[in-house]
Design a protein around this ligand. Structure first.
Ligand code: NDP
Ligand code: 8X3
Length: 253
């Protein structure tokens, strides 16, 4: 594996944008994707001072569009060596019984089907890249630990964890590594999206504590993708020091 090219989904914000910057600092060429064109172009303009950058306006829920973007990758951006499956979201922080079904569908379509769409389209390329290539899937602590209001979001991230493990089985012998990175609370636009634009709720969540930053997680993504080729981190769960478990809820009379 000579070239170093990362394909990052959801590069317009949060972990995706920070990891684009981290890989660029280390000289990786980048394929950056997301739906918000202006943000994507601004990031590309910034990073082209360091490395070659190709952008693709892409909604990962659209399997045909994903396939078309991969097929149309220009020469110099085709031999992807690291896929960062980062695009995703939580919606509907309310309890399951109050949720709008469309919100559940959007999470399933993005966090599960979108991740699967991109993985499927890039697997042949990653296998061709072989030893040292990697797939870094962004799961969540919500995929492991239950909490109120996590319902389909947490379940979608449990899918990411098990899909990552299962991919490892099928990719045995190809040299392609797979990691599920499971962050805890991190201050990005995540809560703004989850609350459909409630900046006050987002600020309140992160106030008075020390959440992870997008850069913290970008460093972990870069770390697992640049370990020696014989090392595969299966799952990396990362919380802020000031976040831990709250225990079981008990109903009392
Ligand atoms: P942000 O909201 O800051 O970033 C989310 C990114 O996903 C954006 O770039 C957005 O781009 C992209 N995205 C969302 N939907 C789609 C879509 N349909 N097609 C393509 N891109 C899409 O949040 P984070 O950076 O925090 O989230 C990144 C990942 O990390 C998500 O998978 C999230 O579930 C996970 N995560 C976040 C945690 C946190 O506390 N922040 C903790 C654990 C996991 P655009 O809107 O331009 O398409
Ligand atoms: C997002 C982190 O703590 O809201 O995946 O579940 S948390």
């Amino acid at each position: 594996m000579n070239s170093k090219i990362a394909f990052i989904t959801g590069a317009t914000s949060g972990f995706g944008r920070a990891s684009a910057r981290r890989f660029a600092q280390a000289g990786w060429a980048l394929v950056l994707s997301g739906r918000r064109e202006k943000r994507l172009q601004a990031l590309a303009q910034e990073l082209r001072a360091l490395v070659p950058v190709h952008t693709a306006i892409l909604d990962v829920r659209d399997a045909e569009a994903v396939k078309a973007v991969v097929e149309a990758l220009p020469q110099g951006f085709r031999a992807i060596t690291c896929l960062v499956n980062n695009a995703g979201l939580a919606l509907a922080p309310e309890p399951a019984q109050e949720v709008d079904l469309n919100d559940w569908h959007t999470m399933i379509d993005t966090n599960i089907k979108g991740l699967v769409n991109v993985t499927h389209a890039l697997l042949p390329t990653l296998i061709e890249s072989g030893e040292g290539a990697s797939i870094v899937n962004i799961g969540s602590i919500a995929g492991q630990w239950p909490y109120r209001g996590s319902h389909v979001y947490g379940a979608s991230k449990a899918f990411v964890k098990q899909f990552s493990y299962n991919l490892r089985c099928d990719l045995a012998g190809t040299g392609v590594r797979v990691t599920d990175i499971a962050p805890g609370m991190a201050e990005t636009e995540f809560t703004l999206v989850r609350t459909k634009g409630d900046q006050g709720a987002s600020d309140a969540l992160y106030q008075g504590t020390v959440p992870l930053s997008a850069e913290d997680i970008a460093e972990q993504i870069f770390y697992v993708a640049t370990l020696p080729a014989h090392i595969n981190i299966n799952r990396l769960e990362v919380m802020p020091t000031r976040q831990s478990w709250a225990g079981f809820a008990i109903e009392r009379d």
